[in-house]
Structures are given as C-alpha cells and as structure tokens.
Write a new protein. Structure first.
Length: 303
C-alpha cells in the first residue's frame, strides 16, 4: 500500500500514485485539461511536481526554482480556507513572495467570489479550446469547408488507414516522436525536451496510464498519432498529437480521424488544451471553430 502524504508534507509524483490520485480527479469531473493523472505525469519533471492531501483535497505543487506555484485544490466545494492556508504557507514557510495558484477553474473562482482575501485574474494563454466531437469527426458545414478540403487532398494523395494504438504500434509511435523531436531541435528547448520525455513515458506506460490512442498508417508505418483520455463523462481530452509534416495535411486528417473513430460516439466534447499564447498555435486552434473556451485563472493573496 502506497501511503498518501498529508499537508504540509508533499511527495514527488510517481506512477504508483495513480490509484490514489485518479479517482479523486475523476470524482471532481473537471473541465480544465490539466486535471488528469496522465497530464500531471507527463509534465512531472518539467514542473518538479509534488502532491499532498489537505482537508481531503488533492493539491499539486510546482517547485521549479524559477517558477513556484500551486495547482487548484481538487475536492470539496468549500475551499476558501484551504486556498488562503496554502497561499499563506507558500509565502511564510517557503519564502515565496508572490504566491499563486494557477490554472484555477471557474468552479473554484465562484467559491472565492464572496471573499476579499484574493486577487483573481484570467489567464487567456491557458484557456482550453473545446470542440464538439461531432464537428471534428465529420467536418460538416460551411465553417469546416477548408478543413474538409485539406482532408480530401490528403485522401487523394495518400493511401492510409486509421488504427487504434495497440502494443504492436507503440514502438513506431516512439520512433515518430523521436523524429519530431529532432526536427524541432528539442535539445535546445527545455519545454520541448520535457514534452518528448513525457511522450516517451506515456507510450512506455500506455496501459498503466489507461491512455487511448489512434494512428494513421502509410506504407505500413505510423506517420501520425494522437493520445488522449476521458476528462469527464461528456468530454475527452487530447494530450498529444504528433505527425510527420512531410505528408501534407496530415494533421487535419489525424485530428478528424481520431475524433471520428475514437470519441465521436462516446462524448459530446473534445478538449484540445491551450495555445500558450503562441500565435501560430492560436490560429490553428481557432481554425477548428471551438464550441467554447474553458477559462482559467491565477489566484493570489490581496496586497
């Protein structure tokens, strides 16, 4: 039995912690893409993530030397005192002058609305893009004419098939991720380097993380793949999507195929995460005509 930590003791995130963490996140039925075990596991090294249980709430702490913050506590519907306690502890015990809870969802913000203890600011770069699975799967309607044309061109130029990711495809997916990393020069970008490490971990622990994936096969080789999971009863989240860009329009084909074959008949919505303020990524996510954005906020103590 893996003992769970209790506040103010935190422990580094490990794969064996999933049995304790995943049920708490699932019970919460989150809207924001961060709140899955797989997402935290993928980015655990980048953020130097640690976790604990406080007032029966799950709390994650990012302890990077240059970027120290907490994720929103996940649990009860009365978290005002816990939020104050957590921010105060970070300031007084950890010596962090500007303590923050980041990626806070609307639910937590609503709980804090009557208190004058906190400053709350929306963080647009981290808003999640949420689409109707039917829209991404079928690309029907005038709004999706350009995407349909791109997929039609892909259909015309390439003979391919879609396959759910199974054990036989995991190694090929990893090889493709390595090519992507080389093309993007991951060794020169710490976030890309950690993203590749997360992809590698996810593929190596595909079954333990209970991830769902799909791949496009051309010439009997994986040329694109996507990895995701259920975020809540009516929403899936896509954590990773990689492709060989030598195949024109392969990304729209991968997005539509994965949505249609894996999620369209199971969930109403697909969360495709944030754009991080990157202009090209923002244009790409907007081009798929999101149904709505999920807002996120930064919470700090009032001065």
């Amino acid at each position: 039995m893996n003992p769970k930590p209790t506040f103010p003791t935190f422990k580094p995130l490990e794969l064996k912690d999933r049995d304790e963490i995943h049920p708490r996140l699932w019970t919460y039925q989150p809207e924001i893409s961060e709140l899955t075990f797989a997402n935290f596991y993928i980015w655990r090294d980048y953020y130097d993530l640690k976790w604990t249980i406080a007032d029966d709430c799950l709390v994650f702490l990012a302890e990077r030397e240059d970027d120290y913050f907490a994720f929103p506590p996940v649990g009860s519907d009365s978290r005002v005192e816990l939020v104050e306690q957590l921010l105060t502890w970070m300031r007084e015990e950890k010596g962090i002058e500007n303590t923050e809870i980041r990626r806070a969802d609307q639910r937590l913000v609503d709980e804090l609305a009557e208190s004058d203890l906190f400053d709350i600011e929306p963080t647009r770069d981290h808003f999640d893009y949420v689409y109707r699975s039917q829209d991404l799967g079928t690309l029907e309607g005038d709004a999706y004419r350009r995407k349909r044309n791109q997929v039609s061109q892909f259909d015309y130029y390439y003979e391919y098939r879609y396959e759910p990711i199974s054990d036989s495809l995991l190694e090929q997916c990893l090889r493709l991720a390595e090519v992507w990393c080389e093309q993007r020069q991951c060794e020169d970008d710490i976030s890309l380097s950690h993203e590749f490490s997360g992809i590698e971990d996810t593929l190596n622990h595909f079954h333990e993380l209970e991830i769902s994936g799909g791949a496009l096969i051309i010439d009997d080789r994986v040329r694109a793949f996507a990895l995701g999971e259920r975020l809540s009863e009516d929403t899936a989240v896509v954590h990773i999507e990689k492709a060989n860009p030598d195949y024109r329009n392969i990304y729209p084909a991968m997005t539509s195929s994965y949505s249609k074959e894996r999620w369209m008949h199971e969930v109403t919505f697909i969360n495709r995460e944030q754009d991080l303020g990157i202009s090209g990524l923002r244009r790409a996510k907007k081009s798929y005509n999101p149904d709505h954005l999920v807002k996120k906020y930064t919470i700090s103590l009032s001065k």
